[in-house]
Design a binder for this molecule. Structure first.
Ligand SMILES: Cc1ncc(COP(=O)(O)O)c(C=O)c1O
Length: 410
């Protein structure tokens, strides 16, 4: 069998992830492999921890990545803190809330699942009442639902959880690095993210952080595997070995417990991606995402394309549009990628076929991509028979940018 050389098309990825990796990250990842106890690698691990604390806006002692996609971090946190019979409240408002519920259920918890109409978020008073009535050990919730584009406010919820001695676990996979997220100020006990969205790093790592309240549970449940240290019996040991944070934190800590083999190449990429964020400044980066998200909305509205989201609870980095009457959204996505080289995403669950999801994340969150996406979408929707104000969208976006002036972090 003869195979041609690998040819990967150059596409502009305007989905809610995975998105384009920063070229500097890819370059860092091309470096040679060194051993996992090489002092240079250990130093990189320590630097990465510090950079993650900056990103998560936390003074927690623990901030490191779990190797695996974003859900691996969620599985690790939930498995490590939940013991069979623990009460866990999961207020879901889309696909990824259901994913948390699925993990909580599999961990043997007594779970209460709250369900919300897709596209909406929870009023904090409703959550407070549910917490009072159910009295859970843990509340697990998504910050930004990439399936709906909705953003759940967390500040007041975090404060209430802390006052009532409830652990708050948050999935900030699409939001971290692109949308305001304050681990300590919002009283979040554990936060889990992914690399392939606003961090502009390839998928494969789940950065997370947790505080001493979570650390205490890990200490109580700790059991080091036989062959490494001691074979103490701990009836409360964490069910999973791979996702046992009590062991992984020791690998990332001074004892360097040899739990797993760190994906060296990804570590290079993560460190470089975080270094880029530090250079840009986290608040500038959040502003950049916000402004480009607003430009996108201005353009879409200018074209008369209906936005699915409530604008006051919309995530700045994900926008859902309603599929225009009589248009096949799969054909729209196919034309966008085949003719314009722009990838956008379809809807999930009850929104499948009815909505199209557009992301503005990370390195790809740039003016040229936003304008290109609006122009191509106007042409594509019109080509497939939608009645829109063709040409007006791109004008509206240009006007939006012009009004911003030159001193914005774009
Ligand atoms: C909110 C949210 N949580 C979790 C995930 C799961 O991430 P992964 O596919 O990397 O496991 C995603 C991925 O899109 C997400 O958007």
């Amino acid at each position: 069998m003869s195979l041609s050389e690998l040819v990967v098309p150059k596409h502009s990825i305007m989905t809610p992830g995975p998105v384009e990796a920063d070229p500097r990250v890819l370059q860092a990842m091309a470096n040679p492999i060194i051993g996992q106890f090489d002092p240079a690698l250990l130093n990189m691990m320590d630097e990465t921890k510090e950079l993650l604390k900056y990103l998560f806006k936390t003074n927690n002692a623990e901030a490191y990545p779990v190797s695996g996609t974003a859900r691996s971090g969620a599985e690790a946190v939930l498995n490590s803190i939940i013991e069979p019979g623990d009460k866990v409240l999961v207020p879901s408002f889309g696909r990824f809330g259901y994913l948390l519920a699925e993990m909580v259920e599999r961990s043997g918890a007594e779970m209460k699942l709250l369900e919300q109409e897709w596209g909406k978020v929870y009023d904090v008073e409703t959550l407070k009442k549910e917490i009072k009535a159910f009295n859970p050990k843990v509340v697990a919730i998504v910050h930004g639902e990439s399936s709906t584009g909705a953003l759940q406010p967390l500040e007041e919820l975090g404060k209430f959880c802390r006052e009532n001695d409830v652990l708050l676990v948050v999935d900030c996979v699409p939001t971290l690095g692109g949308v305001e997220f304050k681990t300590d100020e919002w009283f979040i006990d554990a936060a889990i993210s992914g690399t392939q969205k606003c961090l502009a790093i390839p998928t494969g790592y789940s950065p997370l952080t947790y505080n001493d309240r979570v650390g205490k549970i890990l200490e109580e449940r700790k059991k080091i595997e036989k062959g490494l240290d001691y074979d103490a019996v701990n009836p409360r040991r964490i069910q999973s070995n791979y996702f046992d944070l009590s062991q992984i934190q020791e690998y990332w800590g001074p004892s360097r417990l040899n739990h797993h083999t760190e994906p060296t190449t990804l570590l290079y990429g993560l460190r470089e991606g975080l270094r880029i964020i530090k250079e840009e400044g986290i608040d500038n980066r959040i502003k950049r995402h916000t402004l480009h998200g607003e430009a996108l909305v201005a353009g879409l509205q200018g074209a008369g394309i209906k936005i699915f989201n409530d604008l006051d609870t919309k995530m700045p980095v994900v926008t859902l549009i309603e599929t225009p009457e009589g248009v096949d959204e799969a054909k729209v996505r196919a034309t966008m990628v085949n003719e314009f080289g722009i990838e956008i995403a379809g809807g999930f669950g009850p929104l499948a076929g009815k909505t199209i999801r557009i992301g503005n994340m990370g390195y790809g969150c740039r003016k040229d991509n936003i304008l290109g996406c609006i122009a191509a979408l106007e042409a594509t929707l019109s080509y497939h028979g939608a009645k829109i104000n063709r040409g007006d969208g791109i004008q509206a976006a240009l006007e939006y940018y012009a009004k911003l002036g030159d001193d914005q972090p774009l």
